[in-house]
Design a protein around this ligand. Sequence first.
Ligand SMILES: [Zn+2]
Length: 435
Amino acid sequence: MLFANIDILDENLDYQKSQYVGVEGGSITYIGSEEPADAAKYGERYDGRGKLLMSAFYNTHAHTPMTLLRGYAENQPLQQWLNETVWPFEGKMVAEKKHHYWGCMLSQAEMLRYGIVSYTDMYFATVDRCEATLEAGMKANHTDGGTMCFVETDYDTLPVAAVNKQLFEEYHNAGDGRVKIDMCVHGEYTTPQGMIERCVAEAKAHNSGLHIHMSETKAEHEECKGRHDGMTPAAWFNSLGAFDVPVNAAHCVWVEPSDIELMVSKGVNVSLNPASNMKLASGFAPVQAMIDAGVNCSLGTDGMASNNTHNILQSAYLLACSQKGNALDPAIITPKQVLQMLTINGARAQGRSDCGALACGKRADLIVMDVDTPWMCPVYDMATNIIYSANGADVVLTMCDGKVLYENGEYKTIDIEKTKFEVVRCVNEVLDALE
Ligand SMILES: [Zn+2]
């Protein structure tokens, strides 16, 4: 495809007017202000007038099947929300009835609509989710939550051992590297020491990483210190060798200055989830301190029981505004820093070094936004407009590895009417089982 006469955010996220961008074989091979002489070789020509082309978005924390719970668990304190509403519902979800598969598929459709091509996911029925990812043509780092065992248990006696064996054999780097498998350490309070150490060993053995929840709530953070001689979750994980493999740590709301130093020295990636953290009243992460220290920060939408949208531009807006408001400082967190979180930093957290930037040689993970709207005029700084004025639904085209997966209301790989129908069927089956 050749994008013609289109404004872009280049690899430095700087605004360039009226450019030509050529995509061949899944990669970006031409960027310039002149039409390439051999334009025909790029195939379809896309008229870019009134549009903006930029890197697609990378969502670094999700629980995709939880779209079944969107709007189900509201206005409850965290422990009641979890114990009385979310976990009982999840306990009735049945993989054989494709509950997880259809919940994942609906999440994927929503993500594509909002410009996300790749997501980092933690849940159950992981083979079904990998299949859904491959069918949709998206990218995902999947982990199976079966290691969440609360009390010390031999890994090899749990179903997750066989599941992970199959996942690593059949799905790790499947779809030309689009699907990756990582190990799940749900959290310090749900995963005992021996299980964490085994997860690290499995990650090392398969050249993969860990996806963890870390210091999400004050109670979790403080109770960890009470259990482990004053060690924070970050210090505890590090003492078990967890930071010796690539780590994607979700939330990090209550991390301390010593944790931030540790995360920088170990290269721990942080996934910020501002919508979830505000909705569940978990708090505000020390984002500027992490950025200043050099932590790779990206953005996640979390599960749909705690957000309730995959509109990641909304999360970006919330992150910027809430950080300024909480710090009483309007000068912190620039729009460009938030755009980096949405794109290159997210790709880096997923181990996708060839993704996340509009640059020659990078994978063609791209979105087109309609910028010919009242709310995007005038343009003093396009990055500012995207973070503070644009809507996620301004995305009109989402491309992953050079393939258009969504364009102008049309899904190329997902039967959206069937997906919505099946999700309602799955929800009704779970509610019937709960009665
Ligand atoms: Zn989560």
